[in-house]
Write a protein that binds this ligand. Structure first.
Ligand SMILES: *Cc1c(COP(=O)(O)O)cnc(C)c1O
Length: 465
C-alpha cells in the first residue's frame, strides 16, 4: 500500500515510511492512495471471530509490502490477546432497546488510545529492530495520549519517548499514569505553560527539518496514520456483532482531533454499512460549527469536564478535507494556507454538501454532560465518563430511534475523571486492581520553560542516565 500527502507535495511512502515519519514534509497528513473494499461476504465472515483475527483482516491491506502476514499476526496477538483486561477487548453494553455503548477503556491506561498506541509501539519496535535505526518520539498531551504512548513505548530498545504536559494542568491520575513509568527511555517533561504551548513546541521541532532528521523524530498523536488505522477495527467488530453487513449501524463519537471518528469514516469507505456518523463535541465545537455554517474556524479553547476534547483545531479534519476536495492536494493546501493566515476558511458549497452526507454533529456543554451522566446512572445503572456522556447526549438527541442500532463510543474509564463522576453521580469510581497503588508510586519528571532551544537541547541529551 502506498500513502500520499493531503497537500500533494511530499513524496509518497509505504506503511513503514508513514509510521516512522508521522507528519508529511509538506506539512500534510498521509492517507492511503486507495481504500481497500470488503465484500458483504467477507464482512459476514467476521462473525464469531476474535478481535485479533478481525484486526488482521482489516489491517493487512494497509500494511501490505511493509509487514509480513506472520509478523502482523504476532503483533496483533500480543497487542489484543494480552494487554487488554476484557476478553472481548472492545465489549458492547446495551443501554436501551436499540442503544449500545462500545467500551474502549479496557486497555492498560483506561482510554481508547491504547488500541492504537499498544500496536504503534510494536510497529516502532519492529521497524527499528529490522533497520537498527534510532527513533525519537516527541509528543504533547493534555492527558490520555501521553500515558497510552508511554505505555506502548516503554522499554523498547531503539525508541526514546519525550512527552510534554502542561505543568500543574493535567489531573493527578493522568499525570501519575505518565510520571510513574520509571524507564530510561521515558522522559516526562512538565512545560511551564499551557497545552497549546506544548503543542506549539512539538510542532516547531517537527518543522525544524534538520533537528527532525538528526534525532529521527516521529509522532504518536493521531496525525500518525497507524493510529487511525488501528481504530478502524472496532467499528467492524461492533457492527458485525450487531448484524452488519445485513443491518445498518450508526455511531456517535466523542471527538477532539477527529481521529477516532475519521476511522469510522474509513470503515464505511471499506464497505461497512454505517448509516450516520455523529460528531459529538463539548463546548469546544469547531466541528459542529463547521457542519452548521460551512466555516471551519478555530476559537479560544475553553476548559471543560471532558478535557481530552478541549481542542480548537482538529488535525485529522484535513484528511477528510482531502476527500471532500476530490483528493486534490493543491485544493487542500489552499484551504490550509488560508487557515494559517486567517484562522479559518469557508468550505465550498459542494464540499459542505458531501460532508453532510456522512456526518451530523452536536455539542453538549458541562451542565448537559453532568445531567446525562446522572440520567444514565439512574436509568441504566451505568456510570459513564464525561467524554462518553457527550457522545450519549448526541446519540439520544440527534440519531433517530428506529431500526438502526445506535452505538456510542465510550472513550475512557470513569475513574480517569473521578472528580467529574463524583460531582455528577455522587460515587467515586475505583481504580482497577493493576493501578490500585498508583497514588503511592514514585514519580519522575523534569520541568522546562516554554522554550524551543531548551527543549531541543534536552532531547539531544537523550535518555535518562
Ligand atoms: C483523545 C480522546 C478523545 C478524542 O478523540 P479524537 O480522536 O481526538 O477525536 C475523546 N475521549 C477521550 C477520553 C480521549 O482520550
Amino acid at each position: 500500500m502506498k500513502y500520499v500527502s493531503t497537500r500533494g507535495q511530499a513524496e509518497s511512502l509505504n506503511f513503514e515510511g508513514v509510521t516512522l515519519t508521522g507528519l508529511a514534509r509538506d506539512g500534510g497528513l498521509y492517507v492511503p492512495e486507495t481504500i481497500p473494499t470488503f465484500s458483504a461476504d467477507k464482512i459476514r465472515g467476521m462473525r464469531g471471530k476474535s478481535y485479533a483475527e478481525v484486526a488482521f483482516e482489516v489491517i493487512q491491506p494497509f500494511v501490505a509490502g511493509s509487514v509480513s502476514d506472520g509478523d502482523l499476526k504476532k503483533m496483533l496477538d500480543a497487542t489484543y490477546g494480552d494487554t487488554f483486561r476484557h476478553s472481548a477487548v472492545a465489549p458492547l453494553v446495551q443501554l436501551d432497546n436499540n442503544a449500545w455503548l462500545l467500551e474502549l477503556f479496557h486497555g492498560p491506561t483506561l482510554a481508547f488510545k491504547d488500541f492504537a498506541l499498544q500496536l504503534l509501539g510494536r510497529f516502532f519496535d519492529h521497524f527499528t529492530t529490522t533497520s537498527d535505526e534510532k527513533l525519537t518520539i516527541l509528543g504533547a498531551t493534555s492527558g490520555d495520549t501521553g500515558s497510552a504512548a508511554i505505555e506502548g513505548c516503554r522499554g523498547r530498545k531503539n525508541v526514546s519517548i519525550f512527552m510534554l504536559h502542561p505543568k500543574d494542568r493535567v489531573s493527578d491520575v493522568q499525570r501519575r499514569q505518565m510520571t510513574t513509568v520509571i524507564e530510561p527511555n521515558v522522559v516526562n517533561i512538565a512545560i511551564e505553560g499551557t497545552f497549546d504551548d506544548c503543542q506549539a513546541l512539538v510542532k516547531a521541532c517537527f518543522n525544524d527539518l534538520d533537528f527532525r532528521d538528526n534525532v529521527g523524530l516521529t509522532a504518536v498523536n493521531s496525525i500518525n496514520w497507524a493510529r487511525v488505522m488501528a481504530q478502524i477495527v472496532y467499528y467492524f467488530t461492533s457492527a458485525v456483532a450487531l448484524g452488519a453487513p445485513d443491518r445498518k449501524i450508526s455511531y456517535s463519537v466523542p471527538t477532539g482531533n477527529f481521529g477516532d471518528i475519521f476511522a469510522g469514516y474509513i470503515a464505511k469507505g471499506m464497505g461497512l454499512p454505517i448509516e450516520t456518523l455523529a460528531i459529538a463535541t463539548n463546548s469546544n465545537d469547531i466541528l459542529a460549527r463547521t457542519l452548521e455554517t460551512g466555516r471551519y474556524a478555530s476559537g479560544q479553547a475553553s476548559s471543560t469536564l471532558s478535557p481530552s476534547m478541549d481542542i480548537q483545531v482538529s488535525s485529522n479534519f484535513e484528511r477528510l478535507l482531502f476527500d471532500l476536495a476530490g483528493r486534490d492536494g493543491n485544493r487542500v493546501k489552499a484551504y490550509m494556507d488560508t487557515f494559517t493566515r486567517e484562522n479559518g476558511f469557508d468550505l465550498e458549497a459542494g464540499h459542505l454538501e458531501i460532508l453532510r452526507r456522512d456526518f451530523i454533529a452536536g455539542r453538549a456543554d458541562d451542565i448537559t454532560t453532568q445531567a446525562v451522566m446522572k440520567a444514565y446512572q439512574k436509568n441504566a445503572g451505568y456510570i459513564a465518563d464525561p467524554h462518553t456522556a457527550v457522545g450519549l447526549d448526541v446519540a439520544d438527541r440527534l440519531l433517530p430511534n428506529g431500526a438502526v442500532p445506535k452505538v456510542t463510543l465510550s472513550t475512557a474509564h470513569p475513574v480517569k475523571f473521578g472528580a467529574a463522576v463524583e460531582s455528577a453521580c455522587g460515587v467515586i469510581p475505583e481504580l482497577p486492581a493493576h493501578m490500585a497503588d498508583l497514588m503511592e508510586r514514585e514519580e519522575r519528571f523534569e520541568v522546562l520553560p516554554n522554550d524551543k532551544a531548551d527543549l531541543q537541547a534536552r532531547v539531544l541529551a537523550g535518555d535518562v542516565s
